[in-house]
Design a protein around this ligand. Structure first.
Ligand code: HEC
Ligand code: HEC
Length: 373
């Protein structure tokens, strides 16, 4: 379908050209108008995703299966500043691999130095977040999501027309797009395929099962006393320990329920008084005001500062927040209450959170910066 509309546009542009009226940027200003690529082999191999056994199956759109070549193209796009207007910034500026693909800033400045309202999100296990993406759920899936940073004035601030023109004019991408999608001409390089490749790449950022917590579940690691104490608090599994309810929202095995909930960050008298409406901004429903998607706690020790606007600088601030029972508002969750944790209980909970670090993905060659190879 996309190919066909590309061809139609091409024919239209030629007609317009013959009438000697300037044609759209897309076709005339490109470095070539459709170089033949059919001599490059096209034989994509499936990318086998290895994630822990107790995970749900990742839902992958049938028209965008994950392949080695597709993920490799997505990797190049992810790390390439070609996607930004002034070629200074790429996805990794705000999604650093070593920080579980966040940027360790409260809110992230885009290419123009202007900051958005939101804190960057971890892309760890992002292929499993199937209840909408972004803190407020405004994007339905990874394919749609990848359209947004390119044109967002607070992020890469380019236009897709321009990015398509740049990609069609860059030799490296002719082969990468051909190998990933079997296109026959460079004019078939489109935003649709670029976003599909970015989605494929991001689906490969999965847990390895090598966190201490996963190893413990598999019987391959023994928790220290403190870690086990914290585990029992987090999961409310032992009446002898203080139950702190985290697991209801940060649920096993992804350490998120993927629900939209209010963990008491904003004080509000009525549903209309929230400073940031969260889900309500997307659905337009008052009762959704103040709800945000529950983030995973995998790699939580690497992703400070915390919360949708990065308002809590450290994990101790997070524990203080939950210990206080949070602020009052009509959508504040009923599970929130003052916890009155002792020092030992705080240390135990923190020790458990440390067991959720899984950085094995850092040694996956398919997640490395391809421009540093
Ligand atoms: C200027 C910083 C910046 C850049 C550049 C950027 N992002 Fe983001 N990203 C963010 C922020 C901030 C959020 C959270 C935004 C929100 O919730 O509204 C986010 C959220 C996301 C999410 C949602 C994750 C989830 O769990 O819902 C995905 C996926 C994502 N970004 C992928 C990308 C890709 C792919 C690129 C490059 C094409 C990119 N980002 C470029 C800052 C950035
Ligand atoms: C009622 C559901 C709920 C409970 C209970 C809950 N959380 Fe959360 N948690 C959330 C939501 C929702 C967010 C995102 C809020 C936002 O940014 O607006 C969040 C965010 C976080 C974050 C920030 C993560 C990041 O990447 O920014 C941490 C850390 C966290 N919670 C830890 C905990 C711990 C530890 C407990 C138990 C003491 C706990 N949570 C209990 C719902 C909950």
């Amino acid at each position: 379908m996309i190919q066909k509309s590309g061809q139609n546009l091409f024919i239209l542009c030629i007609t317009v050209l013959m009438l000697s009226i300037s044609c759209s940027d897309e076709v005339t200003s490109g470095n070539d108008e459709g170089k033949d690529l059919t001599n490059i082999p096209y034989a994509p191999q499936p990318y086998i995703l290895n994630y822990p056994d107790d995970y749900p199956e990742m839902v992958i759109p049938t028209d965008n299966p994950t392949t080695m070549d597709g993920a490799n193209l997505g990797r190049h796009l992810f790390f390439d500043p070609i996607l930004s207007a002034d070629s200074t910034m790429s996805c990794i500026n705000c999604h650093l691999p070593e920080a579980s693909f966040t940027d360790n800033k409260a809110v992230s400045p885009g290419i123009d130095g202007i900051s958005g309202r939101f804190s960057s999100m971890s892309l760890f296990n992002v292929g499993f977040y199937d209840t909408g993406l972004f803190w407020n759920g405004r994007s339905p899936n990874l394919e749609m999501q990848a359209l947004q940073p390119i044109e967002d004035p607070l992020e890469l601030h380019d236009t897709w027309e321009n990015v398509e023109r740049k990609l069609r004019g860059t030799e490296r991408y002719h082969e990468l797009f051909r190998k990933a999608f079997g296109i026959e001409k460079t004019t078939e390089i489109t935003r649709d395929l670029a976003t599909k490749a970015l989605a494929q790449f991001q689906r490969t950022i999965v847990a390895s099962g090598q966190s201490k917590y996963d190893l413990w579940k598999a019987g391959d690691y023994f928790f220290t006393d403190l870690e086990f104490f914290g585990y029992q608090m987090f999961f409310d599994v032992n009446d002898d320990f203080k139950q702190v309810e985290c697991n209801h929202c940060h649920a096993d095995p992804l350490l998120t329920s993927n629900d939209y909930l209010n963990n008491g960050l904003q004080e509000a008298e009525t549903f209309d008084d929230f400073e940031n409406l969260g889900l309500g901004e997307v659905t337009g429903r008052r009762v959704d005001n103040g709800l945000f998607r529950v983030p995973t706690l995998y790699n939580v020790m690497l992703t400070a500062p915390y919360m949708h606007d990065g308002r809590l600088a450290t994990i101790d601030d997070v524990l203080d927040h939950y210990d206080s029972g949070g602020k009052n508002s009509p959508s504040a969750d009923a599970l929130l209450r003052p916890l009155e944790m002792t020092n030992l209980e705080r240390r135990a909970l923190k020790a458990f959170l440390h067991t959720l670090t899984d950085t094995a993905y850092l040694s996956n060659p398919m997640l490395q910066d391809p421009f540093k190879e």
